[in-house]
Design a protein around this ligand. Structure first.
Ligand SMILES: O=C(O)CCC(=O)C(=O)O
Ligand SMILES: [Fe+2]
Length: 199
């Protein structure tokens, strides 16, 4: 099933709350944020170890926060930098629509269709039991796939467009996994920001 439309979309799914704002940022604003974040973010490429083999993570990342609390996932331990003004302005817009506070943002840069993010749930202990995660997309549109861990029919995709905001909450990280697959299409750079609250 393809999920897409124009305003605020609340998807009715078992064991998850998923809300999508396709036009959260106006195009001109989204363009400025994209350019600014591409340039001023301190992008890094970490190594990941899967079954004892070490690879370069297939995208660049960066972590910013209001505190020094590290964030660890997939054997990667990230230490945050202090929020920039650009990130603080986005954080406050996003906190207003979510009615939720965020302490941390993880940024991903997908340089082209070869960059990706494998199946996972954002279920690290420090995020708490049912975290609210707000995900802003800038630049090239990419497909976001999500599937229920046990209900095999619950397998969906959503095209995350430039300037859109996706909010994942409720039990989503407990019962579902998500990914950004590689694509053979010639796509440009995409930046994704996932705002989280780290305890
Ligand atoms: O790039 C995306 O839209 C998803 C990013 C993501 O799932 C993550 O950073 O945990
Ligand atoms: Fe994620």
């Amino acid at each position: 099933m393809d999920l897409f439309s124009n305003e605020k979309n609340t998807f009715s799914l078992p064991d998850a709350e998923l809300i999508y704002y396709p036009n959260f940022l106006e195009q001109t604003k989204a363009n400025i944020y994209f350019k600014t974040l591409l340039k001023e973010t301190l992008w890094q490429q970490d190594d990941i170890t899967v079954f004892g083999k070490t690879y370069k993570q297939p995208r660049l990342t960066a972590l910013y926060a209001e505190n020094n609390k590290p964030y660890s996932y997939s054997n990667i331990n990230m230490h945050p930098k202090k929020f920039t003004n650009t990130l603080l302005s986005l954080k406050s817009k996003i906190e207003d629509v979510c009615n939720h506070n965020f302490s941390t943002v993880l940024l991903n840069l997908y340089r082209d269709g070869n960059d990706s993010n494998g199946w996972h749930a954002d279920n690290e202990k420090e995020l708490g039991k049912h975290p609210t995660i707000a995900s802003l997309s800038l630049g090239a549109s990419r497909v976001f796939k999500f599937k229920h861990k046990t209900l095999k029919k619950e397998n969906h995709k959503l095209l995350l467009q430039h300037g859109s905001l996706l909010i994942m909450k409720g039990a989503m990280q407990e019962f579902w996994v998500h990914q950004i697959p590689k694509t053979k299409q010639h796509v440009g750079k995409r930046i994704n920001l996932t705002f989280r609250y780290i305890n």
